[in-house]
Ligand binder design. Structure first.
Ligand code: PEP
Length: 254
């Protein structure tokens, strides 16, 4: 059984007081959560204020990025040890905005994934094709190439502990969600590729999230797909009511 994982990627939003207010609203509502996991990924600057608040609650903390070295002369970077120290257990790696604006390559992401695992952080590894790549019929090829490139240094037992987020770039922040059928088809391709990189048992245990304009009004259909094990949520994770409705998806299923 794969425990569903609902994660909020706050991107470069939220002052510390706003972050505290949002997390307090989530904590107040999520007192009875046992069959799913919830993670919030605020900006680095809010992690220190949120860590004591989420301690002992069902909400876990994730970072949006990190560098692969434990320490050193890397001005502006954050290390896995620093994320451990501040209370993070998850880290988003290879988000399409990191790939697009900061030129992150599969090779770099691979090193980050390896470093995260070495430091007991669960990476949420993002993959996804652009609109042009989908229109050219290359979506599967692009996603499987990214997966292989980002995971090639890993042993099968390490693959077992990952989370993958399938995030079609054209769906991120656009309101243009993949259809549940298209998302399911790509998730099945991802699971098949994970089996090739490790084995079927490992692939069957890996949680694969969908990301890209997940909202209260489309989460139920997406989560009803057999290979969709959670959601990575951007815009809708910034409002407590919307994110809570997404977290509570099954209660609203037909
Ligand atoms: C994201 O940033 O990972 C994301 C999926 O954003 P949004 O939900 O706003 O499309």
């Amino acid at each position: 059984m794969r425990t569903p994982l609902l994660a909020g990627n706050w991107k470069m939003h939220m002052t510390i007081p706003a972050a505290v207010e949002l997390v307090e609203a989530l904590i107040a509502d999520l007192t009875d959560l046992s069959d799913r996991e919830v993670v919030v990924c605020p900006p680095f600057t809010a992690l220190g204020a949120l860590a004591p608040l989420v301690d002992g609650t069902p909400i876990k903390l994730g970072a949006q990025n990190m560098y692969f070295e434990p320490q050193g002369a890397y001005t502006g970077e954050i290390s896995p040890l620093m994320l451990n120290e501040i209370g993070c257990t998850y880290v988003i790696l290879g988000h399409s905005e990191r790939r697009q604006y900061f030129n992150e390559s599969d090779e770099l992401i691979n090193r980050k994934v390896q470093a995260a695992l070495e430091h007991q952080l669960t990476p949420i590894v993002c993959v996804g094709e652009t609109k042009a790549e989908r229109d050219a019929g290359r979506a599967e090829e692009v996603v499987t190439t990214q997966l292989r490139g980002c995971l090639s240094l890993l042993k099968p037992e390490q693959v077992a502990t990952l989370v993958i987020a399938y995030e079609p770039v054209w769906a991120i922040g656009t309101g243009d969600t993949a259809t549940p059928a298209d998302a399911q088809a790509m998730h099945a391709v991802i699971r098949h590729t994970l089996a090739e990189l490790s084995n079927q048992q490992v692939a069957d245990s890996v949680r694969i999230q969908y990301g890209g304009s997940v909202k209260p009004n489309n989460v139920d259909e997406l989560m009803a797909q057999p290979d969709i094990d959670g959601a990575l949520v951007g815009g809708a994770s910034l409002k407590a009511a919307d994110f809570l409705r997404i977290v509570r998806y099954a209660e609203h299923r037909a």
